[in-house]
Structure formats: structure tokens, C-alpha cells
Design a protein around this ligand. Structure first.
Ligand SMILES: Cc1cc2nc3c(=O)[nH]c(=O)nc-3n(C[C@H](O)[C@H](O)[C@H](O)COP(=O)(O)OP(=O)(O)OC[C@H]3O[C@@H](n4cnc5c(N)ncnc54)[C@H](O)[C@@H]3O)c2cc1C
Length: 498
């Protein structure tokens, strides 16, 4: 017998899961369209990857820049795997999203003429990266957006609540996402659910990410029947601090290399173009470390004005390193999941009613190697698209649920959290260089996402972008624009995206 509304059920036009850049902005956009929103956030704000973002947002705003140039750089970095339609949406809309953020009160750094100051990062052919507080961009953006979300009467925030299952229609002929069940027993019935739970790089033992970035949203979506893709495509950031207690994996932003910092081997020689895309720089460092047996290379930022990157310099100093006098020991660390929940250009997943935005999604726009600072821009561009699409659809009746159904939802198992052994296994067996033996070992891991990552990495029998197979060191042109999909019961298939 349907009994809605009932105690413990909350109704909303949109339920957003995750309060990083993508989730906060989705919630604010929906509220701006006069929709009611429930925003579920498992962790305090400082634990989002968004809060930690240093460099900034890429947008073609400079006079010497253009959409075409931004698109070209994105495609070059993505190694013949970028879905052009998604990248076009990004480059065309990123400048407007920067202006929206300014209108919402985010203060980006300006030059002495009052124009936006634009930074340079690897793979960008011109200065294109909008930043705030030097390298405190994420912190500034997230603080402002979360303050607005808390004040917004249309947004109800479930802080400290963890989505543990998606509510889907039982009817197999008309599957649809109807809402979200939280671990505290609350259930949200919504016209649309937006997953914004971030990436999965913290599944790897050495990571630049906060501990919560374990791909929980991917597991929720997969369990509900949505398709995932490109899980083998995990970007390793070349310059994470290594061997320093309390700062293991701390990221030194690429923007510092953009201002002239250089990389050196043990004898002081430079060995790579520091502004090449990340896959190239990470591979060069990894190859050098394997050859020499060293643990790290040296990042020389002595010529950089510390006032331009105050938070990075302060963090290094707290760890006992003085970047104005000594080289910083760095090596690659797991940084960004290019794969995720498959979405179309309106951020719709393959399950009606379910959207995915930000790092949890796989729009295909990053291809096999994300261009630096395209991810924050993607959060804003696709969060807005998701919300506008969801609200443009005729409102379905909010779902009815019997007490039995609610009880079933509450009793569904929560997504797995990775043990230390899984994190070590991913680092060893699906690290910068992968072997078939290691990947087959990983297929036996107890963590479901680790197994799916291994299956995707085994399927891609080539090296491309972030995915480096020791047994297939070359790119296979037959796999250009081909993406590895994970469907129901972990079935693997391929699709071509343009
Ligand atoms: C150190 C660092 C520096 C970076 N610098 C840049 C940069 O300069 N430019 C750039 O473009 N990108 C950068 N990136 C990448 C970028 O920050 C991320 O891709 C982006 O911020 C992801 O945003 P998001 O909103 O998708 O996820 P996140 O910011 O990770 O937020 C995820 C949210 O989901 C919540 N959550 C997770 N699971 C659940 C659950 N089950 N229930 C409820 N809530 C849940 C988390 O608590 C969190 O609130 C950087 C990343 C790192 C780690």
C-alpha cells in the first residue's frame, strides 16, 4: 500500500549527492530555477577535492585565446580519445561559468589593470587558467558557494549524511531513479538525482586526493544499473611530494611549473619538458626513477616568487621544506579519474532520472589524459546542464513507497570502502605502468571497483594517455575514440564517442 509522504521521506525536485564544486553549483543552479533541493554531503567541506584545488579553472578568456585553441589543446592532451561534442560544450560555456561565479561573489585574482589574471599550465598553449588567492582557488570557490547554499532557503543540506543506495523503480521495463537512501535512515524522493561524489583516485595508496575520493558514487550508480566507462584512465599527477612525513602525496600545482619551476634528476640535469601534458611528464619521471632506483626527482622552484603561491609555500614550510632554498622531492601520484558514470551532453546517465556531474561522471571530454584545470570548468558547465535538463522535463509524480519498500532501501548494503590492501594493490598492479599479470591479480581483489578498474585496464590492450601497458607500449589506432564500458554484472563492451 503506497504511503507517501511518510515519516523519514523528504521530497525535493532535485537531490544532489556530494557538496564539492559540482554538487554545490548544481544545488545553487537548481535553487536559482526555483526548484527545491536536498544536498547530501558525507564529509565536511574541507574534505572535498574541490577544496584542495590549487591551479584554477580553464576558460578561453584572453585576447590571444579562442574556443578553437582551447578545444585543440584539450584534444591534443586527450590522445585521440576526447569526445569532441563534450569538449566543445566545455570550451564554449566555461567563460560564462566564470562570469556566473563572479556574480555569485567569487573573487578571482586580477592583474594590475583589473582584468582576470590568467595562469599557464602544462598542455595549454596560452595563459588560460583563472585562479583565486594564488593557488587557493578551490578553497575560495567552495567557501563562497557553500556559504550561499547554506543561506538559500530552497536548499536543505543533509550534512554528515552518506548516500548509501539509490532508489530505483522495481519495474524492469521502465527503470528509473526515484531518489536516494541515506545511511541515517532518511530517504529522499526526487524528480532527479544528481551524483556529484567526486573521483576515485584515493583508491590508490599514493594519491593527491582526500581520503573520501573512493568512487562511491560510481558504485551507487552501478548498483542501480547505470553504465560506467574508462575506469582504466586514471591520471597520475607528476609532482606530488614524496618521502616527507605528513605531506606524502601533497600536490605542488602545475601552475608553478607554468611560472618557470623545473624538474631535475639526482645529478641536477633537467630531463623533460616541464610543460608537456601530464601523461608525458609522469612517464618521464617514472622511467627515470625505475632506471636510477631513486624514489623522487627534484622540483626547483627557487626562482618562483613565494607570494604568488602562498598556501603551497606555507604547506611545504610546515613540512620542513624551504622551497626558496632547496629542491622539493616529487614523484607521480594518483590524481584524477577520467572515467566514471557514463553521461550524455546533458549529464544524463544511462538510468533515466539519474545524472552525474564533476569527477564522478564520464562525459568523455578528458579523453585519455585530462588537460590541467579543465575539471573544475567541467564541474560548473555540466552541473548547470544537468539541472536545466532535469527541470525542463515534465514533473513525474513523486514516487510512492510502502513501508516495506522503505525498509528494503534502508537495508541495502552500503558501497564498499577500500581496505589498505586494496589501495596498495591498485598502486602496485594498476599504477603508472601496468602488466597483464598485475591486472589479473587485481581481478581477484575484494573491492568491486578495483576489479572493474582491472577489467577495463585489461581490455585496453594498448598504451594511451594515462594508461601505460608494459606489454603494449604503443597506441593502437584501431582504439581511437573507443571507450570501455562496464555494464550490468560487470560486462565489458566498447563504444565509439565523438
Ligand atoms: C590536490 C588537488 C588539486 C587539484 N587542482 C585542480 C585545479 O587546479 N583545477 C582543476 O580543474 N582541477 C583540479 N583538481 C581536480 C578537481 O579538484 C576535482 O576534479 C573536482 O574538484 C571534483 O569536484 P567534484 O565536485 O566532482 O567532487 P569533490 O570535490 O571531490 O566532492 C565530492 C563530494 O561528494 C561527497 N560524497 C562522496 N561520497 C558521498 C556519499 N556516499 N554521500 C554523500 N556525499 C558523498 C564528498 O563528501 C564531497 O562533498 C585537483 C584535485 C586535487 C586533489
Amino acid at each position: 500500500m503506497p504511503v507517501l509522504p511518510s515519516a523519514g521521506i523528504h521530497e525535493a525536485d532535485v537531490a544532489v549527492v556530494g557538496a564539492g564544486a559540482a554538487g554545490l553549483y548544481a544545488a545553487l543552479c537548481a535553487a536559482g530555477e526555483r526548484a527545491s533541493v536536498v544536498l547530501v554531503s558525507a564529509t565536511p567541506l574541507a574534505q572535498t577535492a574541490s577544496y584542495w584545488a590549487q591551479g584554477g579553472l580553464a576558460a578561453a578568456l584572453a585576447e590571444n585565446d579562442s574556443f578553437e585553441l582551447h578545444l585543440r589543446d584539450t584534444e591534443l592532451a586527450g590522445r585521440a580519445l576526447v569526445r569532441r561534442s563534450a569538449a566543445e560544450a566545455l570550451v564554449h560555456e566555461a567563460p560564462d561559468r566564470v562570469r556566473d561565479l563572479q556574480a555569485l561573489g567569487v573573487r578571482f585574482d586580477a592583474d594590475r589593470f583589473g582584468r582576470l589574471a590568467l595562469g599557464l599550465e602544462g598542455g595549454h598553449s596560452v595563459r588560460r587558467v583563472v585562479h583565486a588567492g594564488g593557488s587557493a582557488t578551490g578553497r575560495r570557490v567552495v567557501r563562497q558557494l557553500s556559504a550561499l547554499a547554506v543561506e538559500e532557503p530552497r536548499i536543505e543540506v543533509f550534512e554528515g549524511a552518506r548516500a548509501h543506495a539509490l532508489w530505483t523503480d522495481a519495474d524492469p521495463t521502465n527503470p528509473r531513479c526515484r531518489g536516494v537512501a541515506c545511511d541515517d535512515g532518511r530517504v529522499i524522493a526526487a524528480r532527479a538525482v544528481v551524483i556529484a561524489t567526486g573521483g576515485a583516485a584515493a583508491l590508490w595508496a599514493r594519491t593527491t586526493n582526500p581520503p573520501g575520493s573512493q568512487g562511491v558514487g560510481l558504485l551507487l550508480a552501478h548498483a542501480a544499473g547505470a553504465t560506467l566507462a574508462d575506469l582504466e584512465l586514471l591520471q597520475f599527477h607528476p609532482t606530488a611530494v614524496i618521502g616527507i612525513r605528513g605531506r606524502e602525496g601533497y600536490l605542488v600545482t602545475e601552475a608553478i611549473r607554468g611560472e618557470g619551476a623545473t624538474l631535475h634528476d639526482a645529478s641536477g640535469e633537467r630531463f623533460v619538458d616541464e610543460l608537456a601534458p601530464r601523461d608525458e611528464v609522469s612517464r618521464a619521471i617514472q622511467a627515470l626513477l625505475e632506471r636510477t632506483g631513486e624514489r623522487s626527482v627534484g622540483l626547483d622552484m627557487r626562482a618562483i616568487d613565494p607570494a604568488h603561491f602562498p598556501n603551497v609555500v606555507a604547506s611545504l614550510r610546515e613540512a620542513g621544506l624551504d622551497p626558496t632554498r632547496e629542491l622539493i622531492p616529487v614523484a607521480p601520484a594518483a590524481h584524477y579519474m577520467m572515467g566514471g558514470i557514463v553521461t550524455d551532453l546533458q549529464a544524463r546517465s544511462t538510468l533515466p532520472g539519474l545524472y552525474a556531474v564533476g569527477e564522478s561522471s564520464c562525459t568523455g571530454l578528458h579523453g585519455a589524459n585530462r588537460l590541467a584545470s579543465n575539471s573544475l570548468s567541467e564541474c560548473f558547465v555540466f552541473a548547470r546542464r544537468a539541472v536545466l535538463d532535469a527541470l525542463s522535463r515534465e514533473a513525474d509524480e513523486l514516487p510512492a513507497a510502502s513501508e516495506r519498500e522503505l525498509q528494503r532501501l534502508r537495508e541495502l548494503p552500503a558501497p564498499a570502502i577500500a581496505e589498505r590492501s586494496t589501495r596498495a594493490a591498485l598502486w602496485n598492479d594498476a599504477g603508472v605502468v601496468r602488466t597483464p599479470e598485475g591486472l589479473r591479480r587485481l581481478l581477484e581483489d575484494p573491492h568491486p571497483l578495483a576489479r572493474m578498474i582491472a577489467a577495463c585496464a585489461l581490455a585496453r590492450t594498448e598504451s594511451r594517455g594515462a594508461h601505460l601497458r608494459a606489454d603494449h607500449p604503443e597506441r593502437d589506432p584501431a582504439l581511437d575514440f573507443r571507450h570501455v564500458l562496464v555494464g550490468r554484472e560487470d560486462s565489458i563492451s566498447w563504444e565509439t564517442w565523438h
